[in-house]
Design a protein around this ligand. Structure first.
Ligand code: PLP
Length: 389
């Protein structure tokens, strides 16, 4: 199947050059149809579905997940998004005035806000350790990160792949050291499942969240929270419902507390078996490998055009199918609008403080021609001189 045919498996508007898979993902048609079938089943027989058939389908989905991401079915639950997952953890952590949460200044804004909220309640301090760009090596990154460690550090919070800057960070090394130091680890892997390898048991973080509707291609509203066994009983439910002090407890208080949050449509959670079939049938993993190679080949070309420098070594240690190229623009918001309105290109302009980036996502359904079209469009805008310096 050609990449053009692959794109037909998605419902994305064919008139748009879609280079922003990273924000909310896209779901292939066979999986989307499975999702809708679950919704129909729920509507046809709500009582049976919510109490029996849906529960069994959820269990099957969890089994597929556990095999794919290397963990026990008892150690995670599905959530609509990473914010729900980490609100559960952050609001439940015991923090005291002066405790420090060591993080970076590369984190996702909504997570920063959640920490700010919790720190206001408790008097703890959220330390957004400055990471200078470009990063020259893993060691360089780790040295900058760990220089924020103090004797008040209690928690480590860090993205596995950052949002605005799209960098893969060395979280395995961070978890190893944090575990030795007895620090609590929260890893935000929103962009990780289906994008780079993920072995939850081996990584051994205390808390790990990831979105399945981004690079793993699930219907929107499908994410997870994985919690190390020793921490499970410490976690309060974000929403107190029937599983709290349950009259019919299961083998796991952790699952009782978190898996039932009131009436909802959980159809997106039930599609993991059909997604696994899709990945297998389309050999999606091999295709994403090729997409990475193409994107990494283009990264320096975009830098040359925009007269900027890569923010990290251009290799698979730091970059996957998404990368952020520094740009110099006086009008970042307008640049995004003109790319969409005039050139039909959907692509985000992101920032870290006053540094701006154009963030390219290159999914297996994207064609190299689309990168060439983005290149030509940026070249035209650069020579115009209004949106790009
Ligand atoms: C690092 C990171 N965390 C979390 C999210 C998304 O979280 P939510 O869907 O809960 O807003 C994103 C989305 O792009 C992200 O890049």
């Amino acid at each position: 199947m050609s990449t053009a045919e692959l794109k037909d498996l998605f419902q994305l508007n064919p008139k748009i050059t879609f280079l922003n898979h990273g924000s909310f993902g896209a779901c292939p048609l066979p999986v989307f149809q499975d999702y809708q079938q679950w919704q129909v089943k729920l509507e046809q027989d709500p009582i049976q579905f919510i109490t029996k058939t849906g529960v069994e389908a959820y269990r099957r989905s969890k089994e597929v997940f556990a095999e794919k991401f290397h963990c026990s079915v008892d150690d995670f639950f599905l959530t609509p998004n990473p914010s729900t997952a980490f609100n559960t953890v952050i609001k439940s952590l015991e923090l005291e005035a002066g405790d420090e949460i060591l993080s970076t200044d590369l984190e996702y804004g909504a997570m920063d806000k959640t920490w700010d909220f919790r720190c206001m309640q408790t008097g703890a301090k959220y330390i957004r350790q400055h990471i200078p760009l470009p990063i020259s090596s893993k060691e360089d990154f780790l040295a900058h990160f760990w220089s924020g460690l103090t004797n008040r550090t209690k928690v480590i919070f860090i993205s596995h792949i950052t949002s605005a800057t799209a960098l893969i960070l060395p979280v395995k090394e961070i978890c190893e050291k944090a575990n030795k130091l007895g620090l609590i680890t929260l890893i935000d892997g929103a962009h990780v499942p289906g994008h780079i390898p993920l072995n939850l048991d081996l990584l051994n973080a205390d808390y790990y969240t990831g979105a399945l509707h981004k690079w793993y291609l699930a219907p929107k509203g499908c994410s997870f929270l994985h919690v190390k066994k020793q921490k499970q009983d410490l976690l309060d439910p974000l929403i107190v419902s029937w599983g709290y002090a349950s009259e019919f407890p299961s083998h796991s208080q952790f699952l009782d507390y978190h898996e039932y949050t009131g009436t909802r449509d959980s159809s997106a959670f039930l599609c993991l078996p059909s997604l696994a079939d899709f990945w297998e049938k389309q050999q999606w993993k091999q295709k994403t490998q090729k997409a990475k190679e193409i994107l990494h080949r283009w990264y320096p070309l975009f830098c040359k055009l925009l007269e900027t420098k890569p923010i990290c070594p251009v290799n698979t240690d730091f970059l996957g199918q998404i990368c952020s190229i520094p740009i110099s623009t006086p009008l970042p918001f307008e640049l995004k609008e003109v790319l969409y309105n005039q050139y039909n290109i959907e692509i985000p302009i992101t920032n870290r403080a006053k540094d701006f980036f154009i963030r390219i996502s290159f999914q297996a359904y994207n064609q190299e021609d689309e990168l060439a079209y983005l290149y030509e469009s940026l070249a035209a805008l650069k020579s115009e001189g209004k949106y790009l310096n």
